[in-house]
Design a protein around this ligand. Structure first.
Ligand SMILES: [Mg+2]
Length: 361
């Protein structure tokens, strides 16, 4: 499912409409020759323009230790074209670079600067389970259980354009995974903004028997009334927020009582600085925070935040026969989960270096 699935010409692949799946990396260097790195995804070609033509002017010559003040000045300076979207991606990458830099300057891992760990390690959930056929999906789900994952997320294949047969196929996808893993593993499912309220209202009735841990991003990010109404319709916890920005955006989700679980992405929502503020809002409102996507930033964040019980991880499915050697890693020294759990490196800063070879291709 994607939000463009309702248009037949864009129904087959996300690549038919998606722009710029690359990554933008920001490096900030101090006079003492300490360099911090931050990064973001989505709309990267626009992000470099924003940083080079505007934000760098507000950073060069400033004190890199003033993370709070720099964040606020950049946010205010981007208001005429920002608040959400690529301007916030750029601000997020800069914020992450400043935290990495602060850790390196202090000789401490970022989770120590965030107040220290509140847990020794973090459970990760396996996020994959594309609708590739019952047999492959069940084998994949069973492999995750054997690898030690206690939770896993699948993708819905169909939405409002695919009628009752599509609804049945969605239900079968969930039933196959539940059947493969038994009752003691959490399973959840992602609609990636592809449904509407009436469709979701019918779907949740079909899905309730399978005890989903959450139903993710059923609607467009701004359609908070539908999220709030769906929460009243079903016992399934409702999640979203990977395309939401700043404390102000998440405050609207909370005021509408639209979600049980929010899923900010620190590379979009405003970095670690804003992620902490979003966590405070969540903690004061009985909402769980499970960040979108894997990465070193989310590991440090989850270690230091009581509101974050788990993070996302993208394993390579058991049926994928791509040789490991052909997968170029994005980072050097990125911690990898063992037995369904992960912890941060104790190196200063975020503890990784960006693999510059990914920019060569
Ligand atoms: Mg998602």
């Amino acid at each position: 499912m994607t939000p463009l699935d309702i248009y037949p010409q864009f129904g087959e692949t996300r690549g038919s409409w998606f722009w710029d799946s690359g990554m933008a990396v920001v490096e900030i260097e101090t006079e003492e020759a300490i360099t911090g790195s931050g990064w973001c995804e989505d709309g990267c070609s626009a992000i470099s323009l924003i940083i080079e033509n505007h934000l760098s002017r507000l950073l060069i010559g400033q004190d890199a230790g003033e993370i709070e003040g720099l964040w606020d000045r950049l946010f205010r300076a981007t208001l005429p074209y920002g608040r959400k979207g690529v301007a916030l991606h750029a601000l997020s990458a800069i914020d992450l670079a400043l935290w990495d830099l602060a850790g390196k300057a202090a000789g401490k891992p970022v989770y120590e600067l965030l107040g220290g760990p509140v847990k020794p390690d973090i459970p990760v959930y396996a996020s994959a389970l594309h609708p590739v056929g019952a047999e492959k999906v069940q084998a994949e789900a069973k492999a995750y259980v054997e690898e030690g994952y206690q939770a896993m997320k699948m993708r819905f294949p169909y939405g409002p354009g695919h009628g009752i047969a599509g609804m049945r196929a969605n239900e079968e996808h969930v039933a196959n995974v539940r059947d493969a893993v038994g009752d003691d593993i959490e399973i959840m499912a992602d609609a990636y903004m592809g449904w509407d309220f009436l469709y979701a209202k019918k779907m949740v009735k079909r899905l309730e028997p399978y005890r989903l841990a959450w139903l993710e991003e059923a609607f467009l990010p701004d359609d908070l009334n539908s999220y709030a109404k769906l929460r009243q319709e079903t016992s399934i916890p409702i999640s979203g927020g990977e395309h939401e920005y700043t404390r102000f955006g998440f405050q609207q989700i909370i005021e509408k009582q639209a979600m049980d679980i929010i899923q900010p992405d620190l590379r979009r929502c405003g970095g670690l600085s804003e992620g902490r503020r979003i966590c405070s809002l969540a903690l004061a409102n009985g909402i769980t925070v499970i960040p979108h996507a894997y990465g070193p930033t989310h590991i440090h964040f989850a270690l230091a935040e009581t509101a974050v019980p788990m993070i996302e991880y993208f394993p390579i499915p058991s049926w994928d026969d791509l040789p490991d050697a052909e997968v170029e890693p994005i980072f050097h020294d990125e911690p990898q989960p063992q037995n369904g759990r992960v912890t941060a490196s104790t190196k200063p800063g975020l503890g990784v270096t960006v693999n510059e070879r990914i920019f060569a291709g």
